[in-house]
Design a protein around this ligand. Sequence first.
Ligand code: AMP
Ligand code: MG
Length: 653
Amino acid sequence: MGSGMTMIPRPPDRSALEQEQFLKILSREEALARFEAALFPRALPREARKLAAALGAALAEDITAPIDVPPFDRSNVDGFAVRAADLASAGEGTAVGLALNGEIIHCGTAPRLQVATGTATPIATGGPLPRGADAVVMVEHTQPAGSDAIEVRRAVSPGQFVSYAGSDIARGEALLRAGTIIGSREIGMLAACGVAEVTVARKPRVAVISTGDELVQPGQPLAPAGIYDTNGAIVTAAIDENGGEAIFLGAIPDDEAKLEAAMRRALADADMLVLSGGTSKGAGDLSHRIIGRLGQPGIIAHGVALKPGKPLCLAVCDGKPVVILPGFPTSAMFTFHDMIVPVLRKLAGLPPRSDAKVSATVPVRISSELGRTEFVMVSLVDGRDGLIAYPSGKGSGAITSFAQTDGFLRIDALADQMPAGTEAEVTLFTPHVRVPDLVIVGSHCTGLDLVTAKLAHAGLTVRSIAVGSLGGLAAAKRGECDLAPIHLFDDKSETYNTPYLVEGLELVPGWRRMQGIVFRKGDGRFEGLGAKEAVAAALTDPACIMVNRNQGAGTRILIDRLLGGARPEGYWNQPRSHNAVAAAVAQQRADWGMTIAPVAHTVGLGFIPLAEEHYDFAVVRARKDRAAVQAFLDALGSDEARAALERAGFRPA
Ligand code: AMP
Ligand code: MG
């Protein structure tokens, strides 16, 4: 497929269906309450598990200690089992002699002889106390007196150095309660009591199906217009993380008969079914229609006032939960964690997940859609007074916004924004905040990764938040980052970056990136021309389509200068990155555009150099002495990094 732009005609009866689809949007609380009411209370299936296989499972019943631990009165030290009364008069000046009985009690040795008045029996740590003895003296506190007697010069109290039977765990005592998650400590307690097998809640078997004609499994080559199946892998892992046993059944094309057959097979075998995709308003969205035929009561909620995640569909088919997550991976994960995990954990006999929360200041205004509870993923960095939470700039289609952030904050359904400076509660994805050692906020460049690689390998955590040059400068002025990578051209002085610095910031030169015109190799309209002639030639051909850049990008200024007021076809196509420009040209959505040389070469495009752009770092002076900043500056100047930058097509300054 050349253009990648095949339009699928929409069947005429779709619009009626769509309108009916989201007619009843429920709040997240209402949707969850209805879903839980349709599923609980219910008896959870249970199973016996060997102790070694019980880690992470939830106990299905209370466990009562079957024996005392220790099972007998036990010596805590190496020494002599004695009668405390015999040593009542012992002291520094008065040694008391005791005759040794004719046995030594090692661990695992049952005593045979009684300790009679005036005698003692050698005993090892862990040995059972013999009849007649009520205390132990440490060997260090005795003196040998011939081969079969000792002298003791200090008094002992009854019970000294003795652990009595049942003092640790008493027979009949409630050892562990139903619902307890079995960890290594619980396994230890059970083993001490001789318990080899426990009854636990059986993990719910959860079938996972991805839907969509476009999906390709990782490991397979990506077809034109294909997308790797992300949800299959991430949902499977998240189910296992939350007490389920996921069974991934692959991706099923948008074919009603095939999908229905797969859903029926899944439900015959599993306790729960989680699908993703096919629930929004696109063509070929079928799963929710099939659900109605799979069992009672069917769909509980379709359309939840959540962002991301509005198209979520919750159903119960003959007692089994069936969920359709939105197709976009980030939406799928949010709804899964927010709405599905509580139900899954209940089915697994697990207590609700307790997520760690921290409070952090939001540095920029976040706009929000009125009427939907909105979750915004954030990256945390250390600010002047406390944590700062940067909203992830990427939309719900971006999988990295999930993996590269620390947690999320919530904007109430009734708010249309969260003002800058708001102190917000951030729910963390991991149990602890890990504030990065080095924070870079600004324009991203693949060259940056070549410099920070060394820091990462040295164990420093580096966070790079891509908000563009101007956003980076603003963050640097507020002291929210260590450095801001920028490439800002000043029209008046015709120089880069320096005119944009303010008090408190210092410019450290980075590298130069050659900007130029990209075209598909072999395109006679561009081959062999200089940049100005190439653009002039493109402007005379009405069939020639360009791809522009967003307003505010340094590259855009260069393009506008070259175009000199012309507005050719494609001018309004304004992606926000160098890579998107290259992809548009490579995939024939456009015939030319402007990007940087390394990107053009990676994609295999023809390149006509125009001008060098300066990519430098605005360093926050107050933070310059920090070890991580110094490590960055060292790395930047190192021969190693410079060589790597040159190999990648950059020119170190
Ligand atoms: P849908 O809800 O099926 O219309 O999907 C919405 C968007 O999510 C589309 O761009 C799909 O290509 C994408 N999508 C759906 N399922 C998956 C998946 N399993 N992995 C990655 N992307 C997906
Ligand atoms: Mg789909």
